[in-house]
Write a protein that binds this ligand. Structure first.
Ligand code: ATP
Ligand code: MG
Length: 756
């Protein structure tokens, strides 16, 4: 049967396992999950985790956790611990933990046995020469002059490699296979190399380290693995995997099967890139809620259930494809909707005085759950003379169909009364600072007696009793769907407004004692997770996801999909990702003329305001991609809140130019934009008046770096002793010391040089 055929709703791997059990080839299933402890696990790994642990669970088999730790330069116990924590949190248990490095002695013996059979030799060409001698896809390789060393000489050299007589790169051990093989992996691949480095687990016991292709298959065999599942990029390695097992005398014969990696829009998944984001201070550590790491998603507020459900939904297939972020968000909303009680919080408070209210607070009953969710529970919310509502829920000159508050208009306060705005109080600058309202005491739980219609309901909190708190709003980490594609530096594509911190938000008093790890829905605002940084009485709320579900809309709008994905058991009734929407002419024109991404082009062409801003900013800036990202992310978000924007295209261009010419960093641009959206002030003036210009002066930066190095003696000495991970912390210190006004990459570079 072909790899992609489905029967009984099984994906091709589950089908293969079922076949192997049915035919008696295996009596039970043994899988493994083999991460390298050189970084934290990410959502891509969770796909492999769900598959490997899931298969074992479905068949009453076993799944081992193996640290694939054969590269001494990048591995550490910090990562081992994080990996274990994340797998457990996802809800899986391993039957055993193994470390490939514990097999070093056994692997070494197998290498010696290969030499004795004439199937491996010590090559003394340097790395570049080995590569050159390997030939190309169209030309066969040619033998190294050392290929025909005698068995005795090979044994002697290999023993001396182990004994530490040679320096790194002086010799390698290669399998002797076929230099004319069509599969390049089979052209005498290196299987051992010399590395004089301290291994986090084996210390200095070894200075020769086995390479992946030799280690992985043998480790699988040592552990009795039946099905060795890995991602597609290892397809060509499979022949070598089999060759090694064919020529060593391990009785167990695991079979390697490859499946597609998960990639997700608007993020990166390579551990190297994730490490760079952490080390260079672009995010606040591996568990920054914007990171696609399991620990980041946990801190963002996702549940293990939603991640498992997401993995189930995307299924297991043999073609790489990119999953839309909207699908993940949809899955998360679905999950949180059922588990988060609904309460009220105001992100940007605007004071409301109820003039005909006595002043004493009255406690109103408010259910945690709406009628259509079958759960009980309620609390009381105080209603008093002074309240806060969301600034965005008031418009002085409302657009058509505005159902919220406006001068003279009526609106219902959730769980409470209908109020009418009678007066608008402004400060000297003309900004609205307070609203005066009257309330209709007859409207608690009842429509107005005279039959007048109240169209809108808004949320609110009592001014005195509510709790001041910090709210962190997250957006996608990158501005483009495929960061780093087409040779662009992925760091250039970071979304400068991926984090917005709102300091003076207020939540209803029932949340005073909320604890880190709690989850709430703030009505009309989103799902929130109480951050571990919260202090008693001063909670911090991370927005996990907003309420609006673009996925349901997308799927409704998009054409039906012909390319339905293989489904895993039980997922048949769920929505499968649909292909992208066809681009309109105007969007196509934007892509063709300005080279901006299709998603951006579509959004800009669909929204007249964005298109106008785009056209008016274009003549004044050369950074078209930046402009598109700014419009699609930041401006669009403003538009959702504000019917009328206080800036035009020329101010947007000015902002982009300040970043282009290095006056401010992308990070600062975010703050400037927020201020500009609030006050309509020119970006240049904002930068000037708030002293936001970047440290352009290298000498000034040098002196800050020098001071931090002096003050962080402990970090510095641990860094110098080999803990390279600490660079990120040092960069962070410098960034802090400059009030965020330094360029993190320049800081990174300067620190590296200074610390040697
Ligand atoms: P990187 O290349 O970024 O270092 P990796 O794939 O080498 O990542 P490992 O720690 O070796 O990271 O991965 C452990 C297991 O997880 C491997 O079996 C790998 O195939 C699987 N895996 C890693 N990334 C993904 C992904 N995006 N989707 C599905 N499986 C993945
Ligand atoms: Mg790997």
């Amino acid at each position: 049967m072909s790899d992609e055929t489905e029967s009984a709703g099984l994906d091709f791997i589950r089908q293969r396992v079922a076949d192997d059990l049915a035919s008696g080839k295996h009596r039970s299933v043994v899988t493994r999950f083999p991460p390298e402890p050189n970084g934290y696990l990410h959502i891509g790994h969770s796909k492999a985790i769900c598959l490997n642990f899931g298969l074992a669970r479905e068949h009453g088999g076993q799944c081992r956790l193996r640290m694939d730790d054969t590269d001494p330069s990048k591995e550490s116990y910090e990562y081992v611990d994080a990996i274990k924590r994340d797998i457990e949190w996802l809800g899986f248990e391993w039957d055993d933990v193994f470390f490939a490095s514990d097999y070093f002695e056994k692997l070494y013996a197998h290498a010696v046995a290969l030499i004795k059979k004439g199937l491996a030799y010590v090559d003394s060409l340097d790395e570049a020469a080995v590569r050159e001698y390997r030939g190309t896809i169209t030309e066969p390789g040619k033998p190294s002059p050392y290929r025909d060393r005698s068995v005795e000489e090979n044994l002697d050299l290999f023993a001396r490699m182990r004994a530490g007589e040679f320096s790194d790169g002086e010799h390698v051990l290669r399998a002797k296979i076929d230099l004319a093989a069509a599969n390049m992996k089979m052209r005498d691949p290196p299987i051992y190399r010399i590395r004089h480095a301290t291994h986090y687990r084996q210390g200095d016991a070894w200075c020769v380290y086995p390479l992946y292709d030799f280690t992985h298959c043998l480790s699988d065999a040592f552990e009795g693995v039946t099905h060795s599942l890995c991602t597609l990029e290892f397809q060509d390695n499979r022949e070598l995997y089999d060759w090694v097992l064919d020529h060593t005398d391990e009785p167990c014969r695991p079979r390697q099967t490859e499946f597609a990696r998960l990639s997700l829009e608007y993020t990166v998944m390579s551990k190297r890139k994730l490490l760079q984001l952490v080390e260079d201070g672009h995010v606040d550590g591996w568990d920054d809620p914007r990171m696609p790491t399991i620990s980041g998603l946990r801190r963002r507020g996702l549940t293990p259930d939603s991640i498992r459900r997401f993995c189930d939904r995307i299924g297991v297939a043999k073609h790489n494809s990119e999953v839309e972020l909207a699908l993940l968000e949809h899955t998360v909303r679905e999950d949180l909707n059922e588990r988060c009680p609904r309460v009220m919080g105001v992100l940007r408070p605007l004071k409301v005085v109820i003039e005909n209210h006595s002043g004493a607070a009255e406690n109103l009953d408010a259910a945690y759950w709406p009628h259509d969710i079958d759960k009980e529970g309620s609390r009381q919310v105080p209603f008093s003379r002074e309240l806060y509502i969301e600034r965005d829920d008031f418009a002085e000159s409302p657009p058509k169909k505005w159902h919220r508050l406006a001068p003279g208009a009526e609106v219902r306060l959730r769980y409470a009364y209908v109020v009418k705005c009678t007066d608008v109080i402004k400060d000297d600058a003309g900004e609205v600072v307070e609203l005066h309202c009257t309330y209709d005491p007859e409207t608690l739980d009842a429509a107005p007696a005279d039959g007048r219609k109240i169209k809108g309901t808004i949320h609110w909190v009592s001014a005195k009793e509510s709790v001041e708190c910090e709210v962190r709003l997250y957006d996608r980490l990158f501005s483009v769907a495929r960061p780093g594609a087409d040779g662009v530096d992925f760091l250039e594509q970071l979304n400068p407004s991926s984090l917005e911190v709102v300091k003076n938000a207020r939540v209803e008093p029932s949340l005073l004692s909320t604890k880190p790890g709690d989850r709430w829905q703030l009505e009309r605002t989103g799902f929130f997770y109480v951050d571990p940084d919260s202090k008693p009485g001063a909670p911090i709320f991370n927005r996990t996801v907003a309420l609006r579900d673009s996925w349901s809309k997308l799927t409704a709008k998009k054409a039906a999909s012909a390319a339905a994905k293989p489904k895993s058991p039980g997922s048949s009734q769920k929505a499968a990702p649909k292909p992208r929407q066809v681009l309109g002419d105007e969007a196509k024109d934007l892509v063709a003329r300005h080279g901006i991404g299709e998603d951006e082009a579509r959004l800009i062409s669909e929204e007249a305001v964005l298109k106008t801003l785009f056209d008016s900013a274009l003549p004044a800036t050369s950074n078209v991609t930046g402009l598109a990202a700014l419009l699609v992310n930041d401006v669009r978000r403003e538009l959702k809140k504000e019917a009328k924007l206080p800036f035009g295209g020329s101010k947007l261009a000015e902002l982009l130019n300040l970043v282009e010419d290095g006056t401010i960093s992308g990070r600062t641009a975010k703050d400037v934009f927020a201020e500009m959206a609030r006050s309509g002030e020119r970006p240049k003036k904002i930068v000037e008046s708030r002293g936001l210009a970047q440290l352009g002066d290298a000498a000034e930066l040098e002196s800050v770096v020098a001071r931090v190095v002096l003050e962080s003696a402990d970090l510095v000495s641990r860094y110098r002793a080999g803990n390279r991970n600490l660079l990120g912390a040092l960069v962070g210190q410098v960034m802090k010391a400059t009030g965020g006004r330094a360029n993190p990459r320049a800081v990174n570079e300067m620190l590296r040089q200074k610390l040697g």
